[in-house]
Structures are given as C-alpha cells and as structure tokens.
Ligand binder design. Sequence first.
Ligand SMILES: Cc1cc2nc3c(=O)[nH]c(=O)nc-3n(C[C@H](O)[C@H](O)[C@H](O)COP(=O)(O)OP(=O)(O)OC[C@H]3O[C@@H](n4cnc5c(N)ncnc54)[C@H](O)[C@@H]3O)c2cc1C
Ligand code: FES
Length: 274
Amino acid sequence: MYLFTGKILRNRQLTSDIRHLRISAPADFCQQSAPGQFIMLSCNDGLFDPLLKRPFGILNRGENWFEVVIKEVGKGSLQLGEMKEGAIVSGHGPLGNGYPEINSDLNKDDLTPLILVAGGMGIASIASCLLFSLKSSIKAGSRVLLYGAANLDELLLLDEMKESAPDIRIETITDDGSSGRQGWVTELLETELQQYPEALVFACGPEPMLINVQQVLRKVSARGYLSLENRMACGFGVCLGCVQDVTGIDDDGTVESAKVCTQGPVFPADKVVF
Ligand SMILES: Cc1cc2nc3c(=O)[nH]c(=O)nc-3n(C[C@H](O)[C@H](O)[C@H](O)COP(=O)(O)OP(=O)(O)OC[C@H]3O[C@@H](n4cnc5c(N)ncnc54)[C@H](O)[C@@H]3O)c2cc1C
Ligand code: FES
C-alpha cells in the first residue's frame, strides 16, 4: 500500500453531480493497481474535515496517473469533486483484492466468458475491467456489459469503454426507459445466462441489485463475484467499520464476518450473506 499526495490533472463534469478525475500518482502505485481495487482519497487542505478519507474504485490508470469517477453525495465526495486542476489530494492504496484473473492463458481459444453487470455508480468498478490498458485476461474474456442506470444521462463512460474494448457488446437498461428497455439490469442478466450458461459473472452496484444478482445466479446455478461497497473508515483492516456476513471459506456453512476492505471488496457471490 502506498501513501501519497497527487495533483488533479483533469476534472471533467459527467452529470450535474458526477465528476471524472485524473490524478497524478507514483508509478509503483499505478503499476500495482488492478481492476476492482480501490483507493482512499481526501483533499489535502490541512483542515482534516471530514477527518477520514473516502473509498473510490480505481477506474483506470496510466504510467503515473489514475482515474476515479465520483458521485457527490456528501461532504467528502463534494470536496473532491469540486477540486480544480492543480489542487492536491491525499490517497492511500491500491486497496482490496480486485476481480480474480480467471483466464491465465490468454492465447487459449476457449477463454472463460465473462458477463459484466453494473448498476448506477457500480460502473466505476466494473468499467475498470475494460479500461485498464493492460492486456488483461478479464478484458479478453468479457463478452457483454449489462449496464443499468436511472436514466440516459446517468449512463457513464460508454464511449471510453467502447474505445478500449471494441469487441464487447454493451446492453443498457434504465429505470425510465430513456435508454434501452425500461427495467432492472438483472432482467438482462437472466436472458444473457441462457446464451452463456457457463459464463462467470462480475457485478457491482447498489445492494438491492446485488441481492437480485445473487438470486438469479442461484436460480440457474451460475458462478459469479459481487463487489461490495460497504461504508469504510480506514480501508486497511483495522477499524472493523466495513464488515459483512459471509459463509465460511471452509465451505462448512458457518457465517463469519469478513472485512470488505481487505478480504474484499470482491467476494464469490454464493458466499455473501445479505
Ligand atoms: C470499495 C468502495 C468503492 C467505492 N467506489 C466508488 C466510486 O468509484 N465512485 C463513487 O462515487 N462512490 C464510490 N463509493 C462510495 C463512496 O465511497 C461514498 O459515496 C463516499 O464515501 C461518501 O462520502 P461523503 O463524505 O461524500 O458522504 P457522507 O457524508 O459520508 O455520506 C452521504 C450519504 O451517502 C451515504 N453513503 C456514504 N457511503 C456510502 C456507501 N459506501 N454506500 C452507500 N451509501 C453511502 C451515507 O449514508 C449518506 O446518506 C465506493 C465505496 C466503497 C466502499
Ligand atoms: S474499513 Fe476499516 S476495517 Fe475495513
């Protein structure tokens, strides 16, 4: 884990309350970051208000920069979202386990097909599977992105994802029908699993969506991973603020508390106890 200060290199407004930031960072941090990991961030204004950094998914990274997408929902995210280019932020990371690398041999013709499922701001985590500029086995295995949002305006980063992963099909669905069909993203997942019953599913989004994803997977005995976004205080395993019930790793069905920040945020879907 690296503790560093970075400069805001770019701050792009995506919607009235969502910002896309590019931030400078040490090369080692960038090199070690993987899809699905996150960073704790705060502005470095010396006021320590709010005291604690906030967690954000690492959307993308280059040689000495990384990107995040921030929805402004409270004090911490508002401060970060409003920062001007040249301003300084404090960060520590990369944190968490990230999505598993499942296709170890990229040259195989029979890569495990992946279905990516994003709801709302869950796209920040899921899009990292497609945007990371490395020749990732996750990117190579991805067949389709199922993306649900409140409305057309809230569908983010579509051009960036299409450019980075031109072979992937993107299906959208919205609460109001302004893009794609009106409905829940899990409806698309049910249809998709009929086409790829052997697929592995990676999903991130609000908890009600993840509960539905888990139910769909159980119904058809499909395998998947859920990326959880529990509230966090430290991000590195000391405060116990982020714990989540999971069934034991030993498969004996015992319910344990897992630290989402260090043992997650990505968990096998069948292990999470909502
Ligand atoms: C691993 C992880 C990755 C995340 N990635 C992103 C990301 O890429 N982009 C992004 O915009 N957000 C992301 N979040 C959520 C983000 O961390 C919170 O929105 C942020 O911490 C809120 O801080 P605040 O000071 O702005 O709001 P607060 O003043 O702390 O809270 C404002 C409101 O938001 C609610 N809230 C705060 N944190 C969460 C949470 N984790 N889940 C649900 N509701 C919450 C509070 O209950 C309150 O109603 C992620 C969270 C986690 C744990
Ligand atoms: S956020 Fe402190 S233990 Fe997970």
